[in-house]
Design a protein around this ligand. Structure first.
Ligand code: FES
Length: 164
């Protein structure tokens, strides 16, 4: 006489089939997770950081005459009477980061002493051209700066300012 443990129920999955099913299900899950990780890795850099479009703030946050550092985008947002200018903080001499010095009311490069006014124009030192600018777009009162498209310029002109 057989014990109850060894009887095979009519609807039960045989042990070998169950193990195969568990193995292949786990394998499929692992492959799906690997594929998801690969897709995430290969996706282009999302906006929001340097190299993409960076949110700078609301237009009304920037008072006329102010020079505002936007760390995430590595630029300064300058508000003039006419509008906004986004200046890349990268020195046009050899690429050092140029800080705005409030006490001097100018950008002063710590590396070789280049000086730039609030429009990014060279006022002293070895820098060969003004600070580069980034395109600005204003949408629903929000200021967005495209840090993937720096623009070199030989001088400042009013057409570089985005009306705000
Ligand atoms: S890198 Fe700025 S002056 Fe040389």
């Amino acid at each position: 006489m057989q014990s109850a443990e060894h009887t095979i129920k009519p609807n039960a999955i045989p042990r070998r089939s169950f193990l195969n099913l568990a193995f292949f299900s786990s394998l499929a899950l692992l492959l799906a997770q690997s594929l998801a990780a690969l897709v995430k890795f290969l996706k282009p850099v999302p906006s929001g950081g340097f190299g993409g479009e960076v949110y700078a703030g609301r237009v009304d946050e920037f008072t006329v005459g102010s020079v505002n550092r936007v760390l995430a985008g590595r630029f300064y947002l300058v508000r003039t009477e006419e509008g906004l200018l986004a200046l890349w903080q990268r020195c046009t001499h050899l690429g050092c980061s140029v800080p705005w010095v409030d006490a001097e009311a100018q950008f002063h490069c710590p590396c070789h002493g280049s000086l730039f006014n609030n429009l990014g124009e060279v006022t002293g030192g070895p820098a060969p051209r003004p600070l580069d600018i980034f395109p600005i777009s204003i949408r629903n009162g929000e200021v967005w700066v495209d840090t993937g498209k720096p623009i070199q310029r030989s001088r400042f002109d009013a057409g570089q300012v985005t009306r705000a």
